[in-house]
Design a protein around this ligand. Structure first.
Ligand code: THG
Length: 284
């Protein structure tokens, strides 16, 4: 199962026989007061730094999120997407909970984007999936509904089934363009939740074989040594079938762990990526 994302000049393939897809999370004002103030003042220049740092760290796709209070999110998201596309040829993941912002972002984007995201709620499915279809995009599905973010992996699988059914049958979206987020929760909130995410990944892989992504930084939220936690979590999730993550692409400890897991799981033929990455670093 291959999910193909495109910019005008580059293509990224997400799949279980491909190197893990590193989606850079940093173009996001959540928790960044200074960045928020700059964006509100119409200064988008920090985005150029975030692009460069994540590109250097190994980002293959950029998540772009402009959600914050007191801003016209649709206009800001469209402007951010246009700017990012002048800075790199990487395809984009357009991240918003506001339907109008997703629409404006898709209109501004040149290529095949990954829409982040739709839940299993009827109202959200019927608002967002027509956009995904119209723009020929791929979409991340979150298996939660109006009532709950379910803890039980079996319930997450049920909601995944609903998302896949509605997207493919009602909206004619190919199954390979659906990427499921098995829902990563902070280990600091409840130490039983990450195992449930890992079990969800195994069950979705087994039942649907679709690609999956998640917010890897959620897992280490509020904990010391976040990068060590990310570097342990992602290889475990990859062994279960996770094929992508929205993550801190600047953190070499995490990115190196992902590259090592690609090698160990047979997705780096002859170790070519591993060897060339570290030869290049030695040379630098
Ligand atoms: N699933 C999907 N999309 C998502 C998420 C997810 N998008 C948003 C989020 N979760 C993933 N992105 C981030 C971005 C930043 C952080 C965590 C997740 C983060 N930021 C620092 C913090 O809050 O401590 C910022 C601190 C700073 O730079 O000052 O941790 O789960 N589909």
């Amino acid at each position: 199962m291959h999910t193909v994302l495109r910019s005008p000049t580059a293509e990224v393939i997400i799949g279980d026989d491909q190197p893990f897809c590193v989606i850079g999370e940093r173009i996001n004002p959540t928790g960044r007061r200074l960045f928020q103030e700059q964006l509100r003042a119409g200064d988008l220049s920090r985005i150029e730094v975030d692009v460069a740092e994540q590109l250097a760290g190994g980002a293959m796709v950029f998540d772009v999120n402009m959600g914050m209070p007191l801003a016209d999110e649709a206009e800001l998201l469209a402007a951010a997407i246009r700017l990012v596309q002048t800075q790199s040829d990487r395809p984009l993941c357009i991240d918003s909970s506001v339907v109008e912002a997703l629409d404006a972002g898709l209109a501004a984007y040149d290529g095949k984007a990954l829409v982040n995201s739709v839940t299993a709620e009827d109202e959200r499915l019927d608002a967002i999936l027509p956009l995904v279809k119209r723009y020929g995009a791929a979409v991340i599905g979150l298996p939660n509904d109006e009532n709950e973010i379910p803890e039980d992996p079996a319930r997450r699988v049920e909601l995944t089934r609903k998302i896949i059914h509605v997207a493919t049958e009602r909206y004619g979206i190919p199954i390979e363009d659906i990427v499921i987020d098995p829902l990563a929760m902070p280990i600091g909130a409840d130490t039983s939740l990450v195992v449930k995410t890992l079990d969800t990944i195994s069950m979705i892989k087994e039942e649907f074989g679709v690609n999956m992504t998640l917010g890897a930084s959620n897992v280490s939220f509020g904990m010391p040594q976040r990068h060590a936690i990310g570097a342990a979590f992602l290889p475990m999730a990859m062994a279960r079938g996770l094929t992508s993550a929205i993550m801190d692409a600047r953190a070499s400890q995490i990115v190196d762990a992902v590259k090592a897991a690609d090698l160990l799981l047979g997705n780096d033929a002859w170790g070519a990526n591993w060897i060339s990455t570290f030869r290049a670093r030695q040379g630098a």
